[in-house]
Design a binder for this molecule. Structure first.
Ligand code: SF4
Length: 202
């Protein structure tokens, strides 16, 4: 069966939350989405979830007037899916004006978002663009820093990177082949799947 045929008949939607994990290490996606292995998450994941819950309650009071987005309609925890991109997920917040949509993500960190987090935010933007039929040109991270919003502008480079990442994920899902990993010792030592990766000899 050809790869094009398989891709055209794919009924699976990649969870947007998996994109960040995939960028950290593609094998995590393979274990969780292809083999369906679910392990207990490390403690810092729970701490991030608690922060996320707290921020969700505060998001109503967050104002975006410094970015001129305070008049936009807000859709909190907005679920979307696309059979075009084979993606599905729930954005923390979508802002909508007459002519654009802006995805917003909450993160329990002060540092600049990672590449995986940027691709994840842009995935919500693509979903919102399709769902609302309005353009997506920027997204926002709310970081764990009082009143600090981090603006990401969507451009061709990010979109290409995202499309290539989704393509790789679909291939791994359909062909069910464990991907190579370039994860460092530091990454593997904080990963709950280390026991399954027996080629990691640290
Ligand atoms: S242990 Fe390392 S190679 Fe294996 S899934 Fe985790 S990060 Fe990836």
């Amino acid at each position: 069966m050809s790869w094009i045929y398989m891709e055209n008949h794919l009924s699976y939607n990649i969870p947007v939350s998996m994109i960040r994990q995939f960028c950290f290490c593609p094998r995590i996606f393979y274990y969780e989405s292809v083999l369906n292995v679910k392990l207990k998450k490390p403690i810092w994941v729970d701490q991030g979830t608690e922060f996320h819950e707290r921020e969700k309650n505060l998001i109503k009071r967050r104002n975006f007037n410094k970015l001129n987005l305070d008049k936009y309609i807000r859709y909190e925890e907005y679920e979307m899916s696309s059979s075009v991109y084979h993606l599905a997920g729930k954005a923390d917040l979508i802002l909508e004006s007459d002519n654009e949509v802006v995805p917003v993500e909450i993160k329990s960190q002060k540092r600049k978002p990672t590449r995986g987090q940027v691709l994840q935010l842009c995935s919500y933007g693509l979903l919102a663009e399709e769902c609302f039929r309005k353009k997506f040109i920027k997204g926002i991270f709310i970081l764990d820093d009082k009143d600090k919003n981090y603006l990401i502008e969507m451009n061709g480079e990010i979109k290409n990177e995202l499309m290539n990442t989704l393509e790789e994920m679909k291939k791994i899902y359909l062909l069910q082949i464990m991907p190579d990993s370039s994860a460092t010792e530091f990454q593997c030592n904080q990963c709950e799947y280390l026991n399954l990766c027996n080629d990691r000899n640290f």
